[in-house]
Design a protein. Structure first.
Length: 406
């Protein structure tokens, strides 16, 4: 406490305001680097509001500029309230949700008007009791939104940013309790240890939040780049480029644990007639709908790939041949079970199934066998599943289906 008491409050308030400009500059820099997330604008303007609030408050209250004290406090507190509003709006924009900005700005404006018109707000203690509740509510809500928003590759970074918001919200709650129990908070620059601590925590909060939000944005860009590299842009399934990595990893796992690994090759029947009869746009939509139906039938541990055109592959870890045939039948039924929206007609699919022979072949050999089973299903009439075991490459087991649609 002696160290805190030795700090000069007005100077500390001025330095704290500079942190807001750092946040604004960081968000502007990220945007100039090519990112166009709308959250960047909210967070950047939040930094400007924070910096201006502290700087103007410092100037109005330390220099004789002729600005009435109530107006000076109203402007400074309004900008700080705007900071918390824009931080929350930015979090919601980042998560793709409505920002609630008009409602939040209206609430902040009411608080500012109360501060400007109510004489009791001239005392710091009253301002803390009135405003801290709003500040801590927005910060805790921002933290809760980020903490609950899980996403592959981003959860840890979101929770880091969430923790920063929650920490500041908790501290504001402590400050509220302190203000309720003491009469020492008379003015913004009073040499009260807890008021000095407030500026220190605010300084740390903005700097660490700048780091957390910057990491979050850059990590998001990295995840999106990985998605573009490994995902098919049209269907969202994994692409052929990512097959080697996934298949090699799954083969290593099945060899290590002695569990089966099955592959299912799938091809939409007579797809050329869809393109010829309805156009390529409708054909693309059929592929997308088929991909969605495939993904909807799989477990979280399964992986689906678009190999190109209308051909797909599914990796089924810990799944033997008989179980894989059952999965393939579900996939066949899912694709042919309902008409495609873009054409108004049903399409069918042929599927080839095989199981990796552990210790005797690699996944590429199993892939070739699944491909052979697929094309045998085509030759035998389409709209069916053909399973080919590794020990019997001459006579595949055919799973009969309904007659193929014309």
């Amino acid at each position: 406490m002696e160290l805190l008491a030795s700090l000069d409050t007005p100077t500390l308030a001025f330095v704290t305001g500079l942190a807001g400009f750092v946040l604004a500059a960081a968000m502007a820099g990220i945007r100039l680097a090519g990112m166009r997330n709308p959250a960047l604008a909210c967070w950047g303007f939040a930094g400007l509001a924070f910096g201006m609030g502290h700087q103007l408050g410092h100037l109005f209250l330390t220099l004789d500029l002729g600005v009435p004290r109530g107006v000076a406090l109203g402007i400074a507190n309004g900008l700080i309230a705007l900071t918390h509003v824009l931080l929350l709006a930015g979090v919601r924009a980042y998560l793709g949700r409505p920002t609630w900005l008009p409602v939040l700005l209206a609430l902040a404006s009411v608080l500012v008007l109360v501060g400007a018109l109510w004489d009791a707000m001239d005392v710091l203690r009253t301002r803390v009791l009135v405003l801290s509740g709003f500040y801590l509510a927005t910060d805790l809500f921002s933290g809760a939104q980020l903490w609950r928003a899980r996403s592959d590759g981003l959860t840890l970074f979101r929770r880091f940013a969430a923790s920063v918001f929650v920490f500041n919200g908790v501290f504001l709650g402590v400050r509220f309790a302190y203000a309720a129990s003491t009469q020492s908070l008379t003015s913004s620059f009073v040499q009260d240890p807890f008021q000095i601590l407030f500026f220190v925590v605010s300084l740390v909060f903005i700097y660490v939040l700048t780091l957390a939000l910057s990491l979050l944005m850059f990590r998001g860009a990295e995840v999106e780049l990985q998605r573009l590299v490994h995902r098919d842009p049209m269907t969202g399934l994994f692409n052929r480029r990512s097959l080697f990595e996934h298949a090699s990893r799954e083969q290593a796992r099945c060899e290590r644990h002695g569990t089966p690994l099955s592959l299912v090759m799938l091809d939409i029947d007579r797809f050329k007639s869809v393109n010829d009869g309805h156009g390529h746009a409708a054909g693309d939509e059929v592929i997308c709908q088929a991909a969605g139906r495939i993904a909807g039938e799989l477990r979280d541990t399964d992986s689906a790939f678009r190999l190109g055109g209308e051909e797909f592959l599914v990796l089924l870890p810990a799944t033997g041949l008989d179980a894989a045939v059952a999965v393939a039948e579900r996939l066949r039924g899912a694709i042919s079970g309902a008409a495609m929206h873009s054409t108004g007609a049903r399409v069918t699919a042929s599927l080839g199934v095989t199981e990796l022979v552990r210790g005797a072949e690699d996944w590429e050999a199993a892939l070739r066998r699944a491909d052979a089973a697929l094309y045998r299903a085509k030759r035998e009439g389409r709209d069916r599943v053909v399973a080919l075991a590794g020990a019997d490459t001459a006579e595949p087991a055919a799973v009969e289906a309904l007659p193929a649609l014309p």
